[in-house]
Design a protein around this ligand. Structure first.
Ligand code: HEM
Length: 278
C-alpha cells in the first residue's frame, strides 16, 4: 500500500513548522479496525513507555474523550480507565494533552503506542522547549513561533502537519532506535526497497475550549521504500529530498547510516546521481 501522505514532496529535506488548517471533518483519519487490540497489550506490558498522566489533568483528559466520542458517535469512558486512555483505545492515533502550567505549555498526559524513538516516561511533564531540545536548531528557528501557535490557537481551528523519515522497520512501536539501527549493517543493498520504510507522522493540533488545553495527535503511516516505484514523481521528489537534506536534518534522523542502502535503491531505479558528488 502506498502512503496517504508524502511530506518530502512539499517539505524536502529540512525541518518545517508546516502547519495548515484542515476542516473538522478531516480531523482524524481512522482506517484501523481495532486500535484497542494493538494498544492494550502494550499498555499491559510496557505501561511507563506508552502511558503517563500528571495530577490535575483529568478534566482536560475528559474533554479529549468527549471530543473523540463526538466524532465517533460513541459515549462514555470505560470504568476505571483514565479518560485519555479510554479515548486513545478508540482511535489509531496517539494522543498528547498539552496544558498551560504556570504560564508554560506542558505535556500533562499522553498515550503513546507508536513512539518514534521517545517514551511517555521521558516526555511527560515536559514543556514545548524541553520536548524539542533534541531537534538540532529547533529553539532558534521555531521555538518562539511554536509558543505563539499554542497561545493563539482558536477553538474553531484544527491544524495539521506531517513529517517523514526513513527507518529499517515497519514496526509501529519503536521507543528505542538502538536495536533497530544495530540491524542496518546486515541489510543487503538489493533488499533496501523492502527493508527500508518511509515513516510519516501525521499530526493534528486543536484547542480544548472548556479546559483551556490543546490536543496534539500523532498518527504513524509507513510503507516500504519500494512502494515509491508506483509513482515516479514521488520517487524523484524523494531522491531530491534525500540528497538535498540539510546537515541538521540528516544528522537528527541518522540518515548517514542509510546512505549506501538508499543510494543503491535509487541507482537501481535510474536515479543515478551519487551522494559522493554532492
Ligand atoms: C503543532 C506544533 C508542533 C510543531 C510545529 C512541532 C515541530 C517539530 C519538529 C519540526 C520536529 C523535528 C522532527 C520533525 O520534522 O517533525 C519535532 C520533533 C518532536 N516533537 Fe514536535 N512539534 C509540535 C508539537 C509537539 C508536541 C505537542 C509534542 C508533544 C508530545 C511534540 C513532541 C515532539 C517530540 C518528542 C519530537 C522528537 C524529539 C526527539 O527526537 O526526541 N511536538 N517537532
Amino acid at each position: 500500500m502506498s502512503l496517504p501522505h508524502s511530506p518530502w514532496v512539499e517539505a524536502g529535506g529540512d525541518f518545517a513548522i508546516g502547519l495548515r488548517p484542515i476542516p473538522a471533518a478531516a480531523w482524524l483519519e481512522g482506517g484501523e479496525d481495532d486500535p484497542a487490540g494493538r494498544k492494550d497489550p502494550l499498555i499491559a506490558k510496557s505501561p511507563a513507555i506508552v502511558w503517563g498522566e500528571t495530577p490535575g489533568s483529568r478534566p482536560g483528559q475528559a474533554e479529549v474523550l468527549a471530543l473523540i466520542d463526538a466524532v465517533r458517535g460513541q459515549q462514555g469512558g470505560e470504568a476505571g480507565l483514565p479518560p485519555l486512555l479510554a479515548a486513545a483505545r478508540r482511535v489509531p492515533d496517539d494522543l498528547c494533552l498539552m496544558e498551560p502550567r504556570d504560564g508554560v505549555w506542558r505535556l500533562t498526559a499522553l498515550s503513546l503506542c507508536a513512539p518514534s524513538f521517545f517514551t511517555a516516561e521521558a516526555a511527560l511533564g515536559r514543556s514545548l522547549a524541553e520536548l524539542h531540545a533534541p531537534v538540532d536548531g529547533f529553539a532558534a528557528r521555531f521555538g518562539g513561533r511554536l509558543e505563539r501557535v499554542f497561545a493563539g490557537l482558536r477553538p474553531d481551528l484544527i491544524l495539521e502537519r506531517r513529517n517523514w523519515t526513513v527507518v529499517n522497520t515497519d514496526a509501529l512501536f519503536t521507543p528505542d532506535s538502538a536495536p533497530i539501527r544495530a540491524e542496518i549493517p546486515y541489510i543487503p543493498v538489493q533488499e533496501a526497497g523492502r527493508a527500508l520504510h518511509l515513516r510519516v507522522e501525521r499530526q493534528t493540533l486543536r484547542r480544548l475550549p472548556a479546559t483551556g488545553g490543546a490536543l496534539f495527535t500523532i498518527r504513524i503511516w509507513r510503507a516500504p521504500l519500494e512502494t515509491l516505484d508506483q509513482d515516479p514523481e514521488r520517487l524523484a521528489a524523494f531522491a531530491r529530498a534525500w540528497r538535498g537534506a540539510t546537515a541538521e536534518f540528516r544528522n537528527y534522523k541518522g540518515f548517514a547510516s542509510y546512505d549506501t542502502l538508499v543510494e543503491g535503491f535509487l541507482r537501481a531505479r535510474g536515479e543515478s546521481y551519487s551522494v559522493n558528488e554532492v
